[in-house]
Design a protein around this ligand. Sequence first.
Ligand SMILES: C[S@@+](CC[C@H](N)C(=O)[O-])C[C@H]1O[C@@H](n2cnc3c(N)ncnc32)[C@H](O)[C@@H]1O
Length: 216
Amino acid sequence: MKTLVASEIESYAQAHSMPESDVARTLREETQRTMEYAQMLVGPLEGAFLKMMAQLVGAKRVLEIGMFTGYSALCFAEAIPGDGRVVTCEIDESSAALGRKHFANSLHGKKIEIRLGPALETMRELAGPFDVIFIDADKINYLNYYHRALDLLSPTGVILIDNVLWDGDVLKQPPPDEKTAAIQELNRTVAGDPRVTAVLVTIRDGVLVIREKASV
Ligand SMILES: C[S@@+](CC[C@H](N)C(=O)[O-])C[C@H]1O[C@@H](n2cnc3c(N)ncnc32)[C@H](O)[C@@H]1O
């Protein structure tokens, strides 16, 4: 799992945060056993943070960009009411299939709608408002996702963007590759966007928490 925090600190923080559900743990363990790049899933501590954010804004509708095997989608589903909805976008059918299998074992699984295909196209088709929009895929398009997310966000909603510290590479000038450059551009754009307020939280690989100014 990606983290910039010392592993003992990460474990301590995790032990003193809300625990993951049994289904989330089983899904995570199977992902770690069977999938390449299992470190992509957010894990128990960031999962708890996402749940807390959803609960704080009283979320009913959540949009996720980047489902992978569904760990974070399940966290969101567990945090919203019975008539809530998590729409999660994923391009890889085999990753989604693993999630689907585990969602069937959760009381909350029926709240999750999987949209297969390129997320930017899906976002263009979707109508808002969403109370939480979690962006965690395809770093090159981060800025495009951010702009579309602002159109889809409810006035009291929150946008959460993952991996905005990119393993510390955001400090490098010039950026070593396209993905780092895209994340640096996103962070600069959000920090200078007069429509929003944001805080870059140093949890795991960095999460940018953004809301519209009018809602404060
Ligand atoms: C970092 S992982 C998501 C992890 C997930 N949020 C979790 O915590 O379990 C990113 C996922 O985005 C998917 N992805 C990449 N490009 C995409 C695109 N253009 N549209 C939709 N999904 C995409 C990848 O297949 C991968 O499964």
